[in-house]
Structures are given as C-alpha cells and as structure tokens.
Design a protein around this ligand. Structure first.
Ligand code: RTP
Ligand code: MG
Length: 136
C-alpha cells in the first residue's frame, strides 16, 4: 500500500546547496516525487506546520529559522513513505544521526538539521493539505 509524506528541505539545506543531494537520495530509495515547490513560508504557515511544538522553548527560534529563507517542499510517495523518509533523514539531533543519513552526513546543530519529514500518516495528511491544498 502506497502512502504519502511531506518532506521539506529547510532553509539551511537550500542555502548550503543540498537540494540535489536530498532529491537524489529520495529517488535512489525508489520513492516517487509527486509535488515540488520552492517557497518562503509566512510566520503563519510556519506556526501551523509546527503547531505541536507551540509550547516548546525553541518554538520562536524554530519559526524564525524556517521562515528565514526559501525552502523546498515535496510530497513523496511510496510503500511506507513516512517511515522510509524518516529513515533517510536520520535522528533529529544530527550529532546522534547515523552516518549515511541526510542529517548524519551533513549537520551538527539540532535546529539546522536540513530536512523535515512527517512523523505519521495523520501528520502527513495535515501537512500536505497545508502546503499543497490542491493535491487531494
Ligand atoms: P521535523 O519535524 O523537522 O521533521 O523534525 P523531527 O520530527 O525529527 O523533530 P521534532 O521534534 O518534530 O522537532 C522539529 C524541529 O525543531 C527543531 N528543534 N530544535 N532547539 C531544540 O532543542 C530543537 N529541537 C528540535 C529541529 O529543526 C527539529 O527538526
Ligand atoms: Mg517533527
């Protein structure tokens, strides 16, 4: 059964020229890209996207970071795509992320960790609606 997940190449990833690397890993894994857009998020969209973290101490900083430059949003499809992309991304903290993962290979800072991937099929549906309302 195929499912969809929302992937973001965050502004640090775009700034550092890592869009191609992330897309290559998605394609090499066999996942399919069904939507892709370069855009700069408004604070409102960023706050909605990261709603679950609203009460966390890093929320303000996270919103500032994610709106601080263009990002690339993708909808990625395939068997267990949510889990498959989380595997490609690696652990949230890039220092702990395994070498061979996107975060493990490219980052050291917990906030500037290159990519986002939905954490469940419910989150994926909510996030895809927010970024690509016309896709459903
Ligand atoms: P994401 O939502 O971006 O895919 O990352 P994730 O599921 O692996 O991690 P999550 O707990 O959802 O955190 C969302 C993003 O917030 C930033 N963060 N900063 N300063 C901090 O302690 C801290 N913790 C998390 C990261 O950019 C993380 O990806
Ligand atoms: Mg998350």
């Amino acid at each position: 059964m195929s499912e969809r997940t929302l992937v973001l190449v965050k502004p640090d990833g775009v700034r550092r020229g890592l869009v191609g690397d992330v897309i290559a890993r998605i394609e090499r894994k066999g996942l399919k890209i069904v939507a892709l857009e370069l855009r700069t998020l408004s604070a409102e969209t960023a706050e909605q996207h990261y709603e679950e973290h609203r009460a966390k101490p890093f929320f303000g900083s996270l919103v500032e970071f994610i709106t601080g430059g263009p990002l690339v949003a993708l909808v990625v499809e395939g068997p267990r795509a949510v889990e498959a992309f989380r595997g490609l991304a690696g652990a949230t903290d890039p220092v702990s992320a395994a070498p061979g993962t996107i975060r493990g290979d490219h980052a050291l800072e917990i906030q500037e960790n290159i990519v986002h991937g939905s954490d469940s099929t419910d989150s994926a549906e909510r996030e895809i609606k927010l970024f690509f309302p016309d896709l459903f």
